[in-house]
Design a protein. Sequence first.
Length: 275
Amino acid sequence: MKRAALLLMLPLCLGLNAVAQSDSTAMGTDSTEAPTRKHRLRNLPYNKNIIKTNLASIALNNYGLTYERMISRKISASLGYRFMPKTYLAKTSLTEKVMDYFEDGDGEITQQLDKLQMSGNAITAEIRFYTGKRPGAKGFYAGVYGRYASFKYDYPYDFELPTETRLVPLTGKSSGIGGGIILGGQFNVHKNVVIDLFIIGGHYGNLSGKVEGLTDLSDFDEQQRNDLKDDLESLIEIGNKKNITAEVRDDGIRADVKMPFVGVRGLGLTVGVSF
C-alpha cells in the first residue's frame, strides 16, 4: 500500500512542479519584457557628430558651417561660424521682399538702404537638450546659445543743404555679444542626412562701434554743423533713444555707436550630415 501510494504521489508532485516552473518562467518573462524593450531603445547606436549649413541664411548672402557633437545621449554642444561678404544689404532676396512690405510709398527707405554696404562674421556656441526616448541629436529641442558678431559697413550719406547736396562717406566697424534661447526640431530624413528646423529663438546683448566720415567740412557754419550732427544721430533710433553720438569737425565727422545687440532666429532650415 505504501509503495502504491508513493507511486501515485510521484506523478502528481512532478506535475505540480512542472506547473510551478512554467508559471515562474512566465512571470519572469513578463517582469523583464518591459525593461528590456526600454533598454533596447535607450541603447540604440547613434552618430555623435553632425556638420551642417543653414540654407535659409543664404537668402541674406550669409554662408557658414556648424559642428555639433553629442556630449551625452540627449545633450549636444555645437560651434558655428558664419560670414557675409561685402553686400548691398537691400539687394539680397529676403531684404527686397521685406522692403516691399514696409515701403512708405515715396521710396525713401529703399533709397537709403540701397546705398548701404555691409560685411561681417559671427561665431555661435550652443548647448541643446533633446526630447525623445531614442538617443542622439534627434527630436524637438530647447537650446541656449551665445553669439559674438562683428560688422563693417560703408554708407555714402547725402546731407541736404539749401543750395547743394554734400556727400559724407561714412565707414564704420562694430561688434556685439549676446545670449539667447532657441526652440526647434532636428530629424533624420535619411540614414546620415539631418534636417534642423529653427522654430523660434532670439538673443539680446550689447553692440558698440565707431563711425567716421572723412571729408572737408571747413566751410560749414555752426548751424550747418548742428544740423548734420542731428541728422547723423537720428539715423538709428530705438524706442525714441538715439544710439549714435556724433562730432562734426573741419575734416569730417566722428561718431560712437552704442545700441542693443538684438537678433531673431526663426523659420530657419539647416541641412547636415551625421557620422
